[in-house]
Design a protein around this ligand. Structure first.
Ligand SMILES: C[S@@+](CC[C@H](N)C(=O)[O-])C[C@H]1O[C@@H](n2cnc3c(N)ncnc32)[C@H](O)[C@@H]1O
Length: 411
């Protein structure tokens, strides 16, 4: 996009804009519990041996910072050790995750030497997954470090005269979510990346994206509480530099862990009901738990910085839809039927589908997930293999919820 494009406006003209909102509602948010809250009683039905492995996966907890797994937050992330254990329990050559989120499974599958296919409806998910699974040569890694240094330098220089820094108007609505110095530094970084010619640009954008919420007044990715953390001038630029170093080191580690000859991950923006992959032997995935998160609106700040197109109407199981509990639960059941049928179609004979899913909660009532998921798999002519579950205590509602791993095979 050239600097003079009509769509973009100069940072130098920002003072002239009036009527910016003081507060912007970023939508309801609630933390989903997974991995962090210790698991209670377990239950297995079907294949005991596989079921026990799934229970161990569900009980995964604690820090796990292998390779790029620590790079960039993503709501409701699967525990990386759970991903690793599930891949070990379901061996194969290929792995697809149609709700790939931040790409936890994709990273572990690359390390296991699988051919990897990941997709998600959320462009932030595909950006993060792309960055976390990047397979680069030594030459590309060295170039990435150099180009990130360039970006830092260009942005630092732009801070002295911001008239030539251009922003998409979409972000102006959210300017009040930033302290001025943080906003300005982010704007200079964003513009420097936007104008930089490089095949590695998506990786630079992902680093930028990792700072967008942290240096706003928003408490976290999943909380819209306002927090005032003092940020000195230069804090964002310094964070970009540190994050760049950390990320390139994580990428270097990833290259050493992925077996030589492993194909690069194919990551696409797609609705799980219409996946872009076919003929895979294993699908492991974690669809949205009903009524738990608004995955797309939660990314409003990133959506605005990158002017992303969010297909919010296609989001499955969103929390906002559950304001009408009965209709939303019925829609979730139908969507579950549809994405499971599409996944079943994409499996080879003898292939496996493993689903990590937990109960939702609305108006003090649990939204059951196991039975309808098993029924959807039956309708798609998949055979039931095992159901493993653990109870988790939800501190927010003070109730127990059950989280499952359900495994099916294609006869
Ligand atoms: C539980 S999260 C997946 C988290 C992922 N396993 C990880 O470790 O980061 C569910 C994902 O489903 C995505 N999603 C919601 N509706 C979708 C749809 N119709 N098609 C594909 N993805 C969708 C959300 O954007 C979110 O990333």
């Amino acid at each position: 996009m050239p600097k003079h494009s009509n769509e973009y406006i100069s940072h130098g003209d920002l003072q002239d804009l009036t009527g910016l909102p003081k507060r912007v509602n970023l939508g309801d948010a609630k933390k989903r519990i997974s991995g962090q809250v210790s698991a209670g009683k377990a239950h297995i039905e079907g294949d005991m041996e596989l079921g026990k492995k799934c229970v161990t996966a569900l009980r995964s907890s604690g820090e796990f910072k292998r390779a790029t797994q620590g790079f960039h937050s993503y709501p409701a992330r699967l525990h990386p050790e759970a991903a690793r254990l599930l891949l070990e329990a379901l061996p194969g050559k290929t792995l697809a995750d149609p709700f790939c989120g931040g790409g936890t499974l994709l990273v572990e599958a690359l390390i296991a030497g699988r051919q990897v296919f990941g997709s998600d409806l959320n462009p932030v998910a595909t950006l993060v997954s792309t960055a976390r699974t990047a397979l680069l040569s030594q030459e590309q890694l060295t170039r990435l470090s150099k180009e990130l240094d360039d970006i830092h330098q260009i942005a630092a220089q732009a801070m002295d005269d911001k008239r030539h820094v251009y922003l998409h108007p979409a972000i102006l609505k959210y300017k009040s979510w930033y302290k001025t110095n943080c906003f300005d530094e982010l704007a200079c970084l964003h513009d420097a990346i936007r104008n930089y010619e490089s095949e590695l640009k998506p990786l630079m954008q992902a680093i930028f994206s990792s700072l967008v919420v942290k240096y706003s007044l928003r408490a976290s990715d999943t909380s819209n509480k306002v927090v005032y953390i003092p940020r000195k001038n230069g804090a964002v630029l310094r964070a970009f530099k540190e994050k760049s170093k950390e990320y390139t080191a994580q990428l270097a580690e990833l290259q050493t862990l992925v077996p030589p000859g492993t194909a690069p991950a194919m990551i696409t923006l797609a609705d799980a009901r219409h996946p872009n992959f076919d003929n895979v032997d294993t699908i492991i995935t974690s669809p949205p738990y009903p009524g738990t998160y608004d995955y797309l609106p939660l990314q409003q700040l990133r959506q605005a910085w990158f002017n992303l197109d969010m297909r919010e109407k296609e989001e499955i199981g969103s929390r906002r839809a559950f304001k009408q509990v009965k209709a939303a639960y019925e829609a979730w059941l139908k969507d579950t039927d549809n994405w499971i049928q599409a996944s079943a179609n994409a499996l080879v004979k003898g292939g496996h589908l493993a689903i990590v899913v937990g109960e939702g909660m609305q108006a003090g009532k649990l939204l059951r997930v196991a039975k309808p998921t098993i029924q959807a798999a039956e309708k798609a002519k998949l055979s039931f293999v095992t159901s493993a579950s653990v109870e988790r205590f939800d501190p927010a509602t003070k109730m127990k919820k059950i989280e499952y791993i359900l495994v099916f095979s294609k006869p």
